[in-house]
Design a protein around this ligand. Structure first.
Ligand code: PAF
Length: 285
């Protein structure tokens, strides 16, 4: 894996690759890689001739009381995992290279970042869309892959790419789960064994929403209530939100006439976890 820290050098790498007629897939990450990231990378590898990734723990997407300073890091381990894919080039800039003194331009998708995590993490999505816009301008990919686990992030980035005419394709990739159903996340590393057990309630709650749809319930409120009741019955799981929203716009809906995303954020101990499932109205038993 070639490691590049300078934005200008990364741009040159991509310009050269494009001049040679290569196509570039890009997987941005904050490191501490797991099978979810590797799935995105393998998918990118299969679709283009060059695979780029980035590792940057973006300070602008963390709130003042969030886990920026102790976000898990393992640069050497991440590079070793990237070699297994293999990733061709890793862009790993210092914070000063991404946000030099005097930076003052932000990119914000407005409506789609209202509600869900947007209500609980003020400024988070503005930090995400800003850094991702910068990464797109630096890495210049033809396609970029994002996991559906961060569903609102995916929708915000799709909105940004469409609204600002970025010349690239966003490829969504399904959530990767542990064999027991826990959605893979770098933050799972924070969980004690007992907390990890309790965290399985998130996936159980989403499955309960799916069962509810199969039993013929037809409102978003009914699906959300089914998921909520599973979480409420699990001690040590503190709900931040459980919502069923239009899966395209992330706006509230009443009757399930279009695909709906049931999304959860909950704290297990000190760890904030998110998970979701997209359900379609045709899904009946
Ligand atoms: O999903 C993530 O890991 C981050 O939000 C991203 C897209 C790399 C931006 O910092």
């Amino acid at each position: 894996v070639e490691i590049i820290a300078s934005p200008a050098q990364m741009q040159r790498w991509s310009d050269d690759a494009r001049r040679r007629g290569e196509t570039i897939a890009f997987v941005p990450t904050m490191g501490f890689l797991h099978e979810g990231h590797l799935t995105l990378m393998r998918e990118g590898r299969a679709r283009t001739t060059r695979l780029a990734s980035s590792l940057f723990v973006n300070p602008t997407q963390f709130g003042p009381n969030e886990d920026f300073s102790h976000y898990p890091r393992n640069f050497d381990g991440d590079c070793a995992l990237m070699r297994t894919v293999p990733v061709d080039v890793l862009f790993a800039p210092e914070p000063e290279a991404m946000f030099p003194a005097g930076s003052q331009t932000w990119v914000e998708a407005t409506e789609v970042t209202r509600g869900l995590c947007g209500d609980h993490r003020p400024g988070h999505f503005r930090g995400v869309t800003t850094v991702v816009a910068k990464l797109f301008n630096i890495v210049k990919p033809h396609i970029a892959l994002f996991g559906e686990k961060d569903f609102q992030q995916l929708r915000a980035i799709q909105r940004m790419v469409s609204d600002l005419n970025f010349d690239l394709e966003i490829v969504p990739v399904a959530i990767v789960r542990e064999p027991d159903g826990l959605a893979m996340s770098s933050r799972n590393a924070y969980l004690t064994p007992e907390e990890r057990e309790r965290a399985l309630a998130l996936n159980r709650a989403l499955r309960a929403a799916g069962e509810c749809l199969k039993r013929g319930k037809r409102t978003a409120a009914q699906l959300a209530a089914a998921a909520r009741s599973v979480l409420e019955r699990t001690p040590g799981v503190e709900i931040e939100y459980v919502e069923a929203m239009d899966a395209e716009t992330l706006k509230p809906i009443d009757r399930l006439e279009r695909p709906v995303v049931v999304a959860i954020a909950a704290r297990v101990g000190k760890t904030r976890l998110i998970d979701n499932v997209v359900l379609s109205p045709g899904l009946t038993s």
